[in-house]
Design a protein around this ligand. Structure first.
Ligand code: FES
Length: 116
């Protein structure tokens, strides 16, 4: 079954809409849609760089947090609505904010490539 994930860039409000399959991680969906989410630890999880904020689908968009994610993010999801994109498993449609710091990393890569 296919659901819809909307990624909102927090620096300019631009939205990217992607189709997702139940059971995929948010990082997998973002990668296919061309949305850059920084993953310093490669999904170990240990870095929390892949943090996103869930705007819609907070209760039914994702599987509940498991121990590793709770251990890093704390037990305050009901307040922050932030998830680790590498750990958040899709179970329904949602809308999430991708933070600006991810864009900075992307810009560094672009700038580095332009310098060559
Ligand atoms: S990529 Fe490091 S915690 Fe998700």
């Amino acid at each position: 079954m296919s659901v819809q994930i909307t990624f909102v860039q927090d620096w300019d409000g631009q939205e990217v809409v992607a189709q997702a399959e139940i059971g995929e991680t948010l990082v997998q969906v973002a990668g296919r849609a061309g949305v850059v989410i920084q993953q310093t630890c490669g999904g170990a999880p240990s870095c929390t760089d892949c943090r996103v904020k869930v705007l819609e689908g907070q209760n039914d968009g994702f599987e509940p947090l498991e121990f590793a994610e709770k251990n890093l993010m704390g037990n305050v999801y009901f307040l922050t609505h932030e998830r680790l994109a590498c750990q958040a498993v899709v179970r329904g449609s949602s809308k999430v904010i991708v933070y600006k710091r991810v864009r900075r990393e992307k810009e560094k890569v672009v700038l580095k490539n332009k310098a060559k």
